[in-house]
Design a protein around this ligand. Structure first.
Ligand code: HEC
Length: 253
């Protein structure tokens, strides 16, 4: 059947058209399997929730997440009460009635709490290195999620031939293999509510899933739209072909 061939050609063309939009960045780190890979991928809600727990318990002590609000946790399936409780666990700056600087517990409508008042405070607490804001870090680094995973699991003993800088830590994924961030994840560092075993690799995978959601909160909607668009194009190809056959039916070839 010609129509079948034409439809499958249209589908193939559609897939090609969709591919660049969702292709990951250049890959130079071991490729992990992510739930959000591919044109139908979604964020694994349980993993992203565990990842938010890791972020709040560990990473948020040094890293800000300036573009995200606590209410964004709704997008990974957390209930309002849980979000309110998480936010209330952090203090954010406010101004007291007498005009002096004060603090109050955060609300779901607040941005994630920034751990340091400014860049100088952040650097002086981290031996001169600046912990970058993690809002879009997954998009900002070559290798994306695979790189951040490799970084978080890439700590180890420096080879004896390597001269380590003061306060620097060996990491095989970081450029130059020396990083100012001390190893943030160690087995059993958090206790997961769902009983998942908190190995370094598991926590790394979970927190990267969470940070990928924070960097791309609209990803699932975008993919759904892409799939609908391809279906629509396939359908329209069929309709156009059928109309062409009808119009030209009485014309001798
Ligand atoms: C004790 C403070 C501290 C904690 C806790 C911490 N970091 Fe960092 N992080 C830093 C510092 C400092 C840097 C900058 C390092 C440098 O430039 O040498 C950094 C850099 C990074 C980078 C950027 C690496 C690059 O390619 O430039 C990422 C990604 C990152 N941290 C993720 C995390 C995640 C995820 C967590 C939680 C699991 C975490 N960090 C916990 C201090 C911390």
């Amino acid at each position: 059947m010609r129509i079948v061939r034409i439809l499958s050609l249209a589908a193939a063309l559609g897939a090609v058209a969709l591919a660049p939009a969702i292709a990951e960045e250049e890959i130079s780190y071991p490729k992990q399997k992510w739930s959000f890979d591919g044109p139908f991928g979604t964020f694994d809600r349980a993993a992203a929730q565990r990842g938010s727990q890791v972020f709040n318990a560990v990473c948020s002590n040094c890293h800000s997440l300036k573009q995200a609000y606590y209410r964004d946790l709704k997008g990974i399936g957390l209930e309002n009460e849980a979000i309110t409780a998480i936010a209330a666990g952090f203090n954010v700056p406010t101004v007291a009635d007498d005009g002096s600087n004060a603090e109050r517990p955060a609300r779901p409508s607040d941005h994630f709490r920034s751990p340091f008042a400014n860049e100088k405070a952040a650097r002086s607490a981290n031996g001169g290195a600046l912990p970058p804001d993690l809002s879009v870090i997954v998009k900002a680094r070559d290798g994306g999620a695979d790189y951040i995973y490799a970084l978080l699991t890439g700590y180890g003993e420096a080879p004896s031939s390597m001269k380590m800088g003061d306060g620097m830590n060996y990491n095989k994924a970081f450029t130059g293999n020396q990083i100012g961030m001390p190893r943030p994840l160690n087995d059993g560092q958090v206790e997961y509510a769902d009983g998942t075993k908190a190995t370094t690799e598991q926590m790394a995978k979970d927190v990267v899933t969470f940070l990928s959601y924070i960097a791309n909160p609209e990803m699932e909607a975008r993919k759904r739209l892409g799939v609908k668009l391809v279906l629509f194009l396939v359908l329209m190809t069929g309709v156009t072909y059928a109309v062409k056959r009808k119009v030209w039916a009485d014309v001798d070839h």
